[in-house]
Design a protein around this ligand. Structure first.
Ligand code: ADP
Length: 350
């Protein structure tokens, strides 16, 4: 390997020498009083004899200086390569740190360190998600197994067997819902091209949602109201996903609002934005829980809503849909008083 490197060095020096020699001859001919005599000297080889050693030394020196400069320039790159070799999926904490870097190197280092930070948080997210998913699927499987084991311990009557089968059915439905929601989330993040964007009349769209909400709230005797401006606006949206976004919020409002409560859908159009606020008079959310609402599998008030909560993926899906529509969701809530989820959507200009 070393011999190969040396050979390459010699080849470079030889090429450099040839260029230097041609250049010297050119200058010699130009500065000579008698160009014909100078050309004659060159042809006879006098010049070659005179210039051979100095040109060779100059070429070797130039080559060494050039190599030193390249080595100096490549120092941070080498350092980055060393750090990159240290990084594995188990330890992504390494960062490049070079004292007094120049402007370009600083840019390179910060781009590299930022990339590692992004990878680190993605890995952390994947690891955390995996453990959450395992936990979410473990609970229903443990319930099904426990019920089946108890049922098989001795002879039971039909009613008891039916009860076990119905528990197994409920738990498998929950698992299926979790898996479907996870697949949907992945699809939205990595293959959002399945969405079919079209212009939607927002008043009409929200009035339809309001009519369907009345059917859903009837069971708990919750009243629903809507207030929309007279003049409608249009938004560019995938209708099915946008319906899912609003129904996820409305479903939660129904789930976490006690019997005889109220839900209000309030629509405002201002400064090229549509603000659709869905308020309820439900159990509310503690201040410290609000920032965690859109995390996968997060459930607030765990004790109180153990029976009401679903897959814990409703709001993360809602958030993904909002992002795909360039929309924002703002949550305001007071524990024991109720919550308001406001969806801020860009509207189409006339
Ligand atoms: P879930 O399937 O549990 O409803 P979500 O992601 O839709 O999952 O909601 C996450 C958590 O946020 C819920 O479990 C609940 O604690 C809280 N939450 C969401 N909406 C409301 C609401 N309108 N009122 C009170 N709590 C809510």
């Amino acid at each position: 390997m070393r011999i190969f490197k040396l050979k390459i060095d010699f080849v470079y020096i030889a090429i450099l020498s040839i260029f230097l020699f041609i250049y010297s001859c050119f200058i010699y001919a130009l500065t000579s009083h008698n160009i014909a005599e100078a050309i004659n000297d060159m042809v006879k080889g006098h010049i070659l004899a005179k210039l051979f050693i100095p040109v060779l030394i100059a070429a070797a020196l130039l080559y060494l200086v050039w190599k030193a400069i390249v080595r100096h320039i490549m120092k941070p790159v080498k350092k980055i390569a060393e750090i990159a070799e240290e990084i594995t999926h188990e330890d992504l904490s390494a960062r490049v740190d070079i004292k007094n870097p120049n402007k370009e190197t600083k840019y390179l280092i910060s781009a590299f360190n930022d990339m590692i930070s992004r990878l680190e948080s993605s890995f952390k997210y994947i690891v955390e998600s995996n453990s959450y998913i395992a936990h979410e699927l473990k609970t229903p499987i443990a319930i099904i197994r426990g019920e089946a084991e108890i049922a098989l311990k001795k002879e039971r009557d039909n009613e008891e067997y039916k009860k076990v089968i119905s528990i197994a059915l409920d738990e498998s439905k929950k698992m299926l819902k979790t898996i479907e929601d996870l697949l949907l989330l992945t699809k939205m993040t990595y293959r959002p091209e399945f969405l079919n964007f079209e212009n939607i009349d927002l008043n009409q769209f929200l009035n339809d949602i309001f009519e369907q909400s009345k059917i859903l709230t009837a069971e708990k005797n919750i009243s629903v109201d809507i207030s929309v401006p007279e003049m409608s606006e249009r938004v560019k949206a995938d209708e099915l996903s946008l319906r899912r976004l609003f129904f996820n919020i409305i479903d939660n409002a129904i789930k976490f609002t006690p019997q005889n409560g109220q839900i209000k859908i309030d629509v405002k159009y201002q400064k090229k934005k549509a603000i659709v606020s869905i308020s309820d008079t439900g159990m509310g959310i503690a201040d410290e829980d609000i920032p965690k609402l859109f995390d996968k599998f997060f459930r607030a008030n765990k004790e109180k809503n153990r029976y009401a909560s679903g897959s814990g993926l409703g709001l993360p899906i809602t958030q993904s849909i909002a992002e795909l529509h360039k929309a924002k969701i703002i949550v305001k809530s007071k524990l024991g008083k109720g919550s308001t989820f406001s969806v801020v959507l860009p509207i189409l200009s006339h």
